[in-house]
Design a binder for this molecule. Structure first.
Ligand code: ATP
Length: 360
């Protein structure tokens, strides 16, 4: 008996209204071609939810998400929200925290035929998602930042053994299915207790994986190594803020931030979310690159396929990835990759590729 997967669709802000429908269109085509049944469930989030529900992440959205198999999350432009929403934990942070999506998995891979600083990069950043130097993840209430005087601001960073161990295991398991190398990124020469603990716990977990090679770098040195020799890295594991910064860099080096996908996962739930933000500078122009969001969707289908032992989901994910790569290789890409296609033109070309592949 075939399963129908129920997936949430949360467009979010800025280019979300362009790239999320694109990713849903391509996932729908891939699902149809591989016999996967998907029920799409649109839910309010972001500025439109503030207008309709008075909050960027309505309770009804959280309740509905809890009953779904996963969801596609568009970017948010929380700095443009009116107070008090602007100062509160942003929508993706809220969902990561609420559902304890502790592992943010961010691949950076170059596409044949697309311009890139490093055209042979193929790495994955595994970013701890629930604590670290993102102060707003570290409190039950409040944002983890406070100002005792007008001229003094204090933030709180937290690293725990438990959170580090679970994200390290995700990184080492992933490395086993790839080139068997993990790089731990920290700043243990200065932040000795916090990132020192992160490094130590990752190294302890590494002992359980004698078949995986391990090295480690300070975050500042790592930016240099990435620019010089991104192709040498396989899996990189790091804390929350370092991972956020490093993954923008890795995405851009391997092509464009517009091609950098991610999922946020716990052991039981996953959320597809492009690594980039809402790109307000190009929103509404039909110019955004939908690739990161499409590939994030493919990662979610792959994750679900592994969870349910459903090979058809894996095939649908593969079809989405191939459609994107083939479309770019055939010369259709958006401006950020040096092409001239609009978001909708790229989407139509990729859907056509899936149609052709699905029929063959
Ligand atoms: P956030 O903090 O929410 O992640 P950000 O400040 O890092 O956001 P982005 O919104 O990611 O900023 O945009 C950074 C730059 O990358 C902008 O110039 C934007 O136009 C570009 N960019 C981001 N995503 C895309 C995309 N999908 N297609 C094309 N350009 C993009």
């Amino acid at each position: 008996m075939s399963t129908t997967y129920r997936l949430g669709v949360l467009e979010g802000d800025g280019i979300g209204a362009e790239i999320v429908p694109s990713s849903v269109e391509i996932a729908t085509a891939a699902a149809r071609a591989t016999g996967v049944s998907v029920d799409w469930v649109p839910l309010p989030l972001g500025a439109t939810a503030i207008a309709s529900h008075g909050t960027p992440v309505p309770e009804e959205t959280k309740e509905a998400l809890a009953g779904l198999d996963g969801w596609f999350l568009g970017p948010h432009d929380s700095v443009s929200y009116p107070e008090p929403h602007k100062s509160a934990l942003n929508p993706s942070g809220t969902l990561r925290k609420h559902f304890q999506l502790f592992a943010n998995i961010r691949p950076a891979k170059s596409f044949p035929g697309a311009k890139a600083v490093c055209d042979s990069a193929d790495l994955v950043i595994v970013r701890e998602n629930t604590e670290g130097f993102y102060a707003d993840r570290n409190t039950y209430a409040g944002t983890g930042e406070f100002m005792p005087t007008r001229d003094t601001a204090i933030m709180m960073g937290i690293i725990t053994r438990e959170a580090t161990e679970r994200v390290a295991r995700v990184a080492f398991d992933l490395a086993r299915s790839r080139r068997k190398k993990v790089t731990i990124v920290h700043k243990a020469n200065v932040l000795k207790l916090t990132t020192g603990l992160f490094r130590t716990v990752c190294q302890e977990v590494a002992e359980e994986y004698p078949d995986v090679a391990v090295d480690d770098f300070h975050i500042d040195a790592m930016t240099v190594h990435l620019v010089r020799r991104a192709q040498d890295f396989d899996v990189i594991v790091t804390e929350n803020m370092f991972g956020d910064i490093l993954s923008d860099l890795a995405g851009e080096i391997s092509g464009s931030l517009g091609t950098a996908p991610s999922i946020n996962a716990s052991a039981t739930t996953a959320m597809a979310q492009a690594s980039h933000g809402s790109a307000p500078d190009i929103a509404g122009q039909n110019a955004a690159n939908p690739v990161a969001m499409i590939l994030s969707g493919a990662m979610l289908l792959e994750w679900l396929g592994a969870k349910h032992g459903d090979e058809a989901l894996g095939a649908a994910a593969q079809l989405m990835q191939t459609a994107v790569a083939d479309t770019i290789a055939a010369g259709t890409s958006t401006r950020d990759l040096g092409g001239s296609a609009s978001t909708t033109e790229f989407t139509a070309a990729a859907v056509k590729t899936i149609g052709a592949t699905g029929q063959s």
